[in-house]
Write a protein that binds this ligand. Structure first.
Ligand SMILES: NC(=O)c1ccc[n+]([C@@H]2O[C@H](COP(=O)([O-])OP(=O)(O)OC[C@H]3O[C@@H](n4cnc5c(N)ncnc54)[C@H](OP(=O)(O)O)[C@@H]3O)[C@@H](O)[C@H]2O)c1
Length: 292
């Protein structure tokens, strides 16, 4: 008997995201069960319900999606969910708190169309946020040298530490942290970069006209902020490989089409096995398959 594809949406916000729900339906999910206000403390019955209703060989037809505007809360939910699994009794899980994984993967893959990531230098502005941190992590794993930027040195050094704790000390020499208040230091990094990623909060300008003019080595610039003013001066939200001089520019909407494809393909992948964990790195693999 073929069993319906059931996705359980666990969201840390009081009202589960309608965006994530619609993408689930568009990805072929047949039954969507959406829960808000989910936390590690109250999720056990929801996960047990997923684990104990179907035979182990049919568990691939049930999966869990973890969303919500707080990506860190999503990580805690994922850890608590996976603690409940044992032996073959598990379901596949995808994490995309605030769209951070799918957005970061789409940004990195868009850049990879224009520069060879393994021998490039990248500047990741807004590097203390969930998207910036994931962009940096994915770039480092592709061999890129990354400079992480934030307004505050303590915060950016702490973000650097978290990335290195995740990836291991081998990446230490390729990850720098710079505060944007160090104007000269930032100018030097801008001038040396091949790829610029604007991952700052919505509606915040990270690089002004003068700073963008310094970036004459950059071959790609990606601004993930869709709310005016643009995060990187001169880039429009709708830019999609818009050529300006030697540089290809992308705005948030320009990256959005690929992000949506990656999101849908990742949901579909959940239903191929019952023990997948789709975090940034695994979603990157899904994205790479779409790009090839
Ligand atoms: N296209 C999509 O589907 C999609 C999906 C998800 C996110 N996004 C966009 O991607 C961007 C990054 O998302 P996120 O959730 O990682 O962002 P976020 O957490 O809201 O902000 C990222 C960083 O921006 C910096 N920032 C905040 N206010 C600032 C200000 N006034 N001036 C300068 N810097 C400021 C902060 O770093 P410091 O305080 O350390 O400087 C913060 O850690 C956002 O613009 C978001 O809207 C797009």
């Amino acid at each position: 008997m073929s069993q319906a594809k059931v996705l359980i949406q666990l969201d840390s916000d009081p009202l589960p995201s309608t965006f994530d729900a619609i993408v689930a339906v568009d990805s072929g999910v047949e039954h969507l069960l959406s829960y808000g206000d989910v936390s590690p403390e109250n999720l056990t019955p929801l996960v047990h319900g997923a684990m104990f209703t179907r035979a182990p060989d049919a568990l691939k037809n049930t999966a869990i999606f973890i969303g919500g505007s707080d990506a860190q809360a999503g990580d805690s939910i994922a850890a608590a969910v996976r603690k409940l699994f044992f032996g073959p009794i598990s379901v596949s899980v995808m994490l995309d708190g605030n769209g951070s994984n799918t957005t970061a993967v789409a940004a990195v893959l868009s850049a990879a169309r224009h520069v060879s990531l393994s021998d490039s230098k990248a500047l990741v502005l807004g590097g203390t946020g969930p998207v910036g941190g994931r962009v940096a992590r994915l770039l480092l794993q592709q061999g890129t040298a990354v400079t992480l930027v934030s307004r505050d040195l303590t915060r950016v050094e702490s973000a650097r530490g978290k990335i290195l704790a995740h990836l291991g000390p081998d990446f230490e020499t390729r990850l720098l942290a710079v505060a944007s208040s160090d104007r000269q230091g930032l100018d030097r990094e801008i001038a040396a970069t091949d790829a610029i990623f604007g991952c700052g909060a919505a509606g915040v300008q990270l690089l002004d006209e003068r700073q963008m003019q310094l970036a004459d080595r950059a071959r790609v610039a990606i601004d993930l902020n869709a709310v005016p003013p643009c995060g990187l001066f001169g880039i429009a939200a709708t830019d999609k490989a818009e050529k300006r001089g030697e540089r290809f520019d992308y705005g948030a909407i320009g990256v959005g089409g690929l992000k949506m494809k990656i999101h849908r393909a990742s949901i579909q992948k959940l239903f191929t096995k019952n023990d997948l964990l789709l975090d940034a790195e695994e979603i990157m693999q899904v994205g790479c398959q779409l790009e090839n």
